[in-house]
Design a protein around this ligand. Structure first.
Ligand code: NDP
Length: 249
């Protein structure tokens, strides 16, 4: 956990960073924080109006001009991911970072009652989509002299908990895939792959999962950004295949 990390203002200057689920919650805060530290941010998400708002905020703050990439992991195909890689290759020629942040909670419910369509939907958005997107983007990430892939995990992706169903399973799969890919790219020395558990954070998803909780008792998305910046920037160089937390336990 690097919650006390203070990122230099130019930490991400000249870096091209893709953030999924950039329109809301933690992804929105990360896109704004990365841009504030100099990154050209590619805002990926399914609700274009939300992405446009983040785009405008970055522009208003004088950040590098971002890009919007509308994509819904539920319907996206392999061709979509490869078309995306082609577009990014044409526009930027490389990618210095990916924050896999988009996520779907599904339902907190006993497994006996879990709806199979919803289960597949959660697995699609939280793990299968991101995996195939990563495959398509690997050449661009390998074209960078120093690239970081950050997968978003959860405490239920490290220790299973009753009723968390597909969400927990998708986060365990995220940790597993992170380790496999990290081991495969270790020899490159220019690409690192890690996972990050944001911890309880004041967002719409958290309210859905814990409706009885007072959101004001939780850290905001902005408050957990130090670890995100550290993992995305050069100060985490050499760290590969590790599990991080954005908040003290
Ligand atoms: P939010 O629900 O606030 O935001 C999730 C983002 O993912 C939204 O921008 C949403 O888009 C996007 N998204 C959802 N489904 C899709 C899809 N099919 N295609 C593309 N984008 C999609 O959640 P948080 O900010 O809280 O969560 C961010 C990440 O952190 C998730 O991976 C979550 O699992 C993880 N996490 C969060 C915790 C917390 O306490 N908040 C704790 C542990 C982990 P749209 O705005 O259009 O709905």
């Amino acid at each position: 956990c690097k919650i006390d990390y203070v990122a230099p203002a130019d930490l991400l200057s000249d870096r091209i960073v893709l953030v999924t689920g950039a329109g809301d919650g933690i992804g929105r805060a990360a896109a704004l924080a990365f841009a504030r530290h100099g990154a050209t941010v590619i805002l990926l998400g399914r609700t274009i109006t939300k992405l446009e708002k983040v785009y405008d905020e970055i522009e208003a703050a004088g950040g590098p001009q971002p890009a919007i990439f509308p994509l819904n992991f539920e319907g996206a195909t392999h061709k979509d991911y490869h078309d995306m890689a082609e577009t990014l290759d044409r526009e930027f020629g490389r990618l210095d970072g990916v924050l896999h942040n988009a996520g779907l909670l599904g339902r907190i419910t006993p497994f006996e009652q879990y709806n199979p369509e919803l289960w597949d939907q959660v697995m699609q958005v939280n793990i299968n989509g991101p995996i195939w997107m990563t495959q398509a983007l690997l050449p661009l990430l390998q074209a960078s002299p120093d690239a970081s892939i950050v997968f978003t995990s959860s405490s239920v992706g490290r220790k299973g908990r009753a009723f968390w169903g597909a969400y927990a399973v998708s986060k365990f799969a995220t940790e597993g895939f992170m380790e496999v890919l990290a081991d495969e790219v270790e020899h490159l020395g220019t690409l690192r792959v890690n996972s990050l558990n944001p911890g309880a954070t004041r967002t719409a998803m958290r309210v859905n999962a814990y409706p009885g909780e007072d959101p004001n008792t939780l850290r905001t998305s902005e408050e957990i950004m130090p670890t995100y910046l550290w993992l995305m920037g050069p100060d985490s160089r050499g760290r590969n295949g590790e599990r991080f937390d954005a908040q003290p336990k």
